[in-house]
Design a protein around this ligand. Sequence first.
Ligand code: 13P
Length: 248
Amino acid sequence: MKKLIVGNWKMNGSLAANQTLVQAMLDGLAGQAPASHMALCVPSPYLAQMQLRLTGSAIAWGAQDVSAQEQGAFTGEVSAAMLRDFACRYAIVGHSERRQYHGETDSVVASKAQRALAAGITPIVCVGETLAEREAGQTEVVVKRQLAAVIHAVAHCTSEIVVAYEPVWAIGTGQTATPEQAQAVHAVLRGQIAAATQHPERVHILYGGSMNAANAASLLAQPDIDGGLIGGASLKAADFLQIAAAGA
Ligand code: 13P
């Protein structure tokens, strides 16, 4: 399967900085098809800018969250239909920063995944254990519980999701999971997906957590690592392009 490399800009950027960054990525691709599928998940105010700059290019775009509600009196929320208006292909759901700082539960994350799919947007479902959970030997139980909630909710649409394994202890810390550690969890997730859909081969399982230009190739070489969800390194055009090239 062709790898999928997604940038998660988190709460970074400005109109001017985005313009420079995206232009450098497009210049770097120079009209060539990249070795990996590529996408950028940006803060919602910049979706219009992405639509303008990236339409017709090899880079897709998406959001970092979506409301679990369809519409109405939910101040500050952004609906899946609104994301669709800006031609988003993806929406990240259940990022650990949302679970941690905004109290998102497995069931809220599952509703978000459902809303995205209903609007024709691919949810990138994040799962991952904390350091305390890993040290307690709970990694497998935690990620399976997180993914099970989404599978239960989206049912026959399971083959249409993307999964991202992001160990919380590896996010923004410079401490990457080793390829072997990541592969072991990806194999578990692959098994869970395979039991839930007749088309498990359609589901990309991404790794995220301090993935960068130097370690991408060894992670992407693992049999069950189908791509990456890249934070810090997606804010540097050369690094992001190098990661996408490593998926060849
Ligand atoms: P870093 O690549 O900055 O560790 O962030 C990973 C991440 O959280 C992507 O969603």
